[in-house]
Design a protein around this ligand. Sequence first.
Ligand code: TEU
Length: 562
Amino acid sequence: MTDQWWKTAVVYQIYPRSFADSDGDGIGDLGGITARLDHLRELGVDVIWLSPIYRSPQVDNGYDISDYREVDPMFGTLAQFDDLLAEVHRLGMKLIMDLVVNHTSDEHPWFVESRSSRESATRDWYFWRDARDGAEPNNWASLFSGSAWAWDEATGQYYLHLFDPKQPDLNWENPEVREAVHDMMSWWLGRGVDGFRMDVVNFISKRDGLPDTTPVPGKRFVGALDQFADGPHVHEYLAEMTATVFGGRDGEYVTVGEMPGVTTDQARLYTDPARAELNMVFQFEHMSVDQDPADKYVDAGLNLVVLKRSLHRWQAALADVGWNSLYWNNHDQPRVVSRFGDDDPEYWAASAKALGTVLHGMRGTPFVYQGEELGMTNYPFASDRDFVDLEARNYYRTVTDDGGDGAAALTGLARFGRDNARTPMQWDAGPNAGFTAGTPWLPVNPNHDWLNAAAQVGSPDSVFAHYRSLIALRHELPALVDGDFTPMLEDDPHVWAYVRATADDALLVIANCGREPRTVDVGAEWVGARLVLGNGAGATDALESATLELGAWDALMFLRAT
Ligand code: TEU
């Protein structure tokens, strides 16, 4: 097997505010995580990624950081962090931090100083520009609706914020900014962390001169990924970061860059080991296949062939150089069972297992988002007041302010809203699903009375047990890690199938992504292949015929010698 340790690893993402609350304030915290580590050990994951726990005004749930070297009191203390890290290491796992350095909070001392005067020492640490014809310096839209520029009355200039006005963008062209970030990263490595997940890190180099993006008739502000994603200096900045912070010891750590809009060509550059930038990236292509390209909250419907082809294309593109990350879920996406699966209670478990199987069968490092291993579903949102996420609230307000269809906006938010991922972890059937003894900051999904960890851990047919098996197989089967990837039945709109093969073994991964039974011919070479994982009532030990009968959401893995 390969010598890059993270290629055999499975990562589990914890969104601390929704994982486990130890002090009854309704918000998850570090003490809660430490108390629940047995769950992760039982699941068998290797690495934990913690969404931000730093001091923050929490306008974007911690993705707006005001002190990179302090734990927000809501989550606990640095001492508790050290305890958690020690316990994670004692249990044989690793821990990576979320690094949010495209922007800070406007309450970070760097920005407070920066906005204090045009002559301040850190003025140039952010993007300050004069008005253009009495209005915003360019036509860029914020990813959270409206303009990407906010007016500062005191100094008479605008500053850039690709996200919320309370998340001003750092100016990476200034070497002092880069040095300050490197120092902070080294400080966390000094505390013992094992790497970083880097928030929107392909946004850190904006196009020279911050030019307008192509105007769209009828729109004042336009999404401008082309002007700030994969910009002119991003590779240079990442290579500099890796060399400076990891200093040749980068093999001991893992880095993953979150990269909206990244292309396969760019991803090959970011993850080419010879370039020493990042180990892997989170790409977004498969997260938009069911969304209207002009509006992510408009449901475009799922075409399974499009979804398969997208992920298969990434498998092929990073086959000889670089490495993929594999994910269905995170804190920004709706729950995959409700999105690409079937959350009807009759099909829910099978579809969760099938989706887990086709993802974990691919080449790359799988990421499991908290609750995904239980098959957690979307929340039954009914009113705009149910949403707390600022992206959702801004979207609803913008649509209705413009005289748009509020009911349609609500439908879109219920389907794709980020709060779906953020409802509390469902530990048991008790009050608040065992998440808190207080009032949870976001309501618990009412289905926790039957969908919860206590009902699944230790039960051999559970979604949890299936994820546990998928993770164990990643550790055991070289074909899953190193095997090449060959799609099968690519134009079949219902069945997802592919083969992973090394010189020794071939693994067939096949799933029926729907309720209707399907009959598939997989080829005579698979007769006699051994079943290594099955989610079908009719699953047998060895494949008896080249013709497979797949029931609703059946998913299977067969292994044979090559
Ligand atoms: O997200 C980046 C991002 O572009 C999207 O996934 C974002 O969630 C949004 O839905 C775009 O429409 C990262 C973080 O993961 C997210 O939680 C933060 O809100 C964002 O950056 C800003 O830090």
